[in-house]
Design a protein around this ligand. Structure first.
Ligand code: ARG
Length: 716
């Protein structure tokens, strides 16, 4: 009997889902494009309850978190739920080796204990609208891309000014479908956001980089913050007189539990997808860009790790940077593997062949005839450049002293060349930027980083690199150690004191001779360079890419009805959905994991899989209370087939009634090609089960006062 059930289950699981899970949709299009589909799948809300300009709706509970992540509002006093890895930087900043909140966790007992990191903001979404006609009526196909851009930017500035209500709102006009449509977005930013609580790192980042991007997963990837406002509820810079924001809307939390095929939607800010990218672009990434990225990142990680392991202070300085580099190091390698395995280039070429046939029909030829050949010519021309630039970007991302001397140097030069009145005016800002620049770095690490990254960059690039790098590389067999040591000895940029001394007694000539300034200026100039021989191909490529997307839509050769992600608010809907049975997961069905599975992964004193005694004890007593599932297990993570990408981190997972059931935090490595091509069978979102979040707050951390703030639905 049991076997039969399993067989039926396996059969059901292997059927393709009838309704779409692919797609990152605009809230203003839900009613027209998706609503009926969503209702069939289990949505019980009206479109107005999801997005309404005038009435409170779900959208009022979704915020962009510090520019790169998503979060949701979960109490009437501004409580913000996001991922641990999204709060990571703030938590590390608020930690010291003695008061190590990152390592030990932290829970504020009262509002007064909530901790303000230096800079952290959340962005509320007010409304959006289509301005495609207005903008595109001003341009035509005979203009160069540069002319086109100038005209569009002018109109964008007007639209922004018309909608920002005298500076109250941030307005952003963005292009979609590669410049074929334009929408504007109105936002309200709050800059006083404070840490309320976080689990210890070994819970919030359980499994570390080994488990990152992997399922089965057991990560308590959440942290809590609170938005503060002035007495009128308006955004205000930090002040101890600020009060918790009275939320316009907050998500109720449902702890009934999730089951296969339950409706699940996610609202958030996906960062970037390339679903429309041409075949040659994907090929360039697989063969040139990503391998360079992976190699440069790994080198940077190894240097950081060496010093982080030696000191907790250094660890806290670099933990967040390390995690960010490691995250995309694994992602890019996963993309190379998945795009290769999926033969994505071949699939795309097939479509482009059909497109080219269509494009060369008499009535289409004038407009679309050259599109594919222009695109391919551009990628052919830029393969080696792209490889070089990915090594360069790895260098710039991991080495502080590859960028700081030039960026700060330019401000110093500006300061030095002003009259006394102007000097006095700009000084406070300059000093603040110096303060910010000279915090939290470790000189020996930075020296080794710069030397090693320069060595890699010089030895791997088959494309012109800055003269200083190639000359020193040639002289020293690509060993930059003594050059870097010498430059650090002579440069003023290696200490705050020397930079401050410069301000007292500016000498622009000496600045221009500063060895780190010279290096940094050459590296950043290279990064921004547009060689003459690329100006026309680049122009034609941009125009052709736009026409490719337009033509793919016009011809019906692409069925995709949503634009690529670009950090604007989207909704994706689908279901709780298992992956094929996996021997590594001991849960009853491979769509969730349990505390037991987490304990099974425990490795004492390991940097990724260690657990504290309290967790082990609580597992023994199995005190799960109302957070247990019907089998008496404590659920930890679960899977949905939603369409998300980086930037969605921290997004709420919401059931058909508009209640919070989890938070999205990762994707699975098997579907790492997903940013380019959505995999209907394998692509999943990995979520933290909200019951695990509440158990961690309530039982494991004894912070029941936080749970009491929530609106909890328990229909069981
Ligand atoms: N892979 C996750 C994402 O990009 C980030 C996870 C962070 N955890 C880590 N172990 N580095 O959304």
């Amino acid at each position: 009997m049991k076997k039969l059930c399993l067989l039926i289950m396996a059969f059901i699981l292997s059927l393709p889902s009838a309704l779409a899970n692919e797609g990152m949709w605009f809230l203003m299009h839900i009613e027209r494009l998706n609503y009926r589909d969503m209702q069939k799948m289990g949505l019980q809300l009206t479109p107005d309850e999801i997005y309404s300009i005038n009435n409170q709706s779900l959208k009022d509970a979704i915020v962009q978190f510090n520019g790169g992540c998503t979060a949701s509002i979960i109490s009437d006093s501004g409580l913000v739920l996001t991922n641990h890895h999204c709060g990571y930087n703030a938590i590390a900043e608020l930690s010291t080796a003695e008061q190590n909140h990152l390592k030990n966790g932290f829970w504020a007992d009262s509002l007064a204990d909530e901790m303000k990191p230096e800079s952290l903001y959340v962005r509320f979404f007010v409304r959006m609208d289509d301005v495609s006609k207005r903008i595109l009526s001003l341009v035509n196909d005979t203009m160069s891309e540069k002319e086109r851009e100038a005209i569009i930017n002018k109109e964008i500035a007007k639209i922004e000014a018309e909608n920002n209500e005298g500076g109250k709102y941030t307005v952003s006009v963005r292009s979609f479908y590669q410049g074929n449509e334009y929408y504007y977005f109105v936002y309200e930013d709050y800059n006083d956001v404070r840490l309320v609580g976080t689990p210890p790192e070994n819970v919030g980042k359980y499994g570390g980089d080994t488990d990152n991007w992997e399922w089965p997963r057991h990560t308590g990837d959440f942290s809590l913050f609170r938005v503060y406002a002035n007495k009128n509820g308006e955004p205000a810079e930090y002040s101890k007189n600020n009060v918790p924001l009275q939320s316009k809307y907050h998500l109720p939390v449902n702890i009934d539990g999730v089951h296969e095929d339950d409706f699940a939607m996610i609202l958030g800010y996906p960062g970037r997808t390339n679903r429309w990218m041409p075949a040659s672009g994907v090929e360039q990434n697989i063969n040139y860009s990503y391998p360079a990225w992976v190699e440069g990142s790994k080198l940077g990680m190894d240097v950081m790790k060496k010093y982080m392991d030696q000191s907790e202070d250094v660890n806290l300085m670099y933990a967040s940077k390390y995690a960010g580099v490691a995250n995309y190091w694994k992602n890019r390698q996963g993309m190379i593997d998945a795009l290769t395995a999926h033969k994505t280039v071949k699939t795309k070429r097939k479509t482009e062949k059909k497109f080219n046939k269509w494009a060369n029909k008499k009535q289409n030829k004038a407009k679309y005839g050259d599109v594919i050949s222009n695109i391919n010519a551009y990628y052919d021309l830029t393969n080696e450049k792209s490889k070089q630039s990915n090594y360069l970007v790895s260098l710039l991302r991991t080495s502080k002293f590859s960028t700081l001397p030039f960026s700060l140097g330019q401000s110093l030069e500006y300061y030095a060349t002003q009259n006394e009145a102007k000097k006095a005016e700009v000084l406070p800002k300059l000093e603040a930027s110096i303060d910010a620049s000279y915090k939290d770095f470790y000189l020996p690490l930075e020296k080794e980083m710069l030397a090693k990254q320069l060595g890699l960059y010089a030895s791997k690039s088959n494309y012109p690199i800055p003269s200083i790098v190639s000359e020193i590389g040639k002289k020293n067999n690509n060993d930059f150690t003594s050059y870097v040591n010498d430059s650090f000895d002579k440069s003023i940029f290696t200490s705050k004191e020397q930079v401050e001394a410069f301000i007292k007694n500016p000498d622009v000539e000496a600045l221009h001779k500063d060895p780190l300034y010279i290096l940094s200026s050459q590296l950043l100039t290279k990064y921004r360079e547009m060689p003459d021989n690329l100006v026309k191909p680049e122009n034609d490529y941009q125009a052709s890419y736009r026409l490719l997307v337009q033509g793919l839509r016009e011809s019906g050769l692409s069925k995709i009805q949503y634009p690529d992600a670009n950090s604007t608010l989207r909704l994706t809907y689908g279901k709780v959905r298992a992956l094929p049975k996996d021997a590594r997961n001991d849960a009853n069905i491979n769509n969730y994991t349990t505390l037991e599975g987490m304990i099974n992964k425990y490795v004492p004193n390991d940097s990724e899989f260690d657990l504290d005694q309290r967790m082990l004890d609580m597992y023994e007593t199995k005190d799960y209370g109302r957070y247990a599932n019907e089998y008496g297990q404590l659920p930890v993570n679960f899977l949905t087939d939603n369409d998300i990408t980086g930037g969605n981190s921290g997004s709420p997972v919401i059931n058909g009634k508009g209640e919070l059931i989890g938070l999205a935090f990762d994707g699975n490595i098997e579907a790492m090609a997903g940013d380019v091509i959505f995999d209907k069978d394998l692509q999943r979102t990995i979520n933290v089960d909200i019951r695990y979040v509440l158990w961690l707050i309530d039982k494991y951390s004894n912070a029941k006062h936080i749970v009491d703030e929530l609106t909890i639905i328990n229909d069981k």
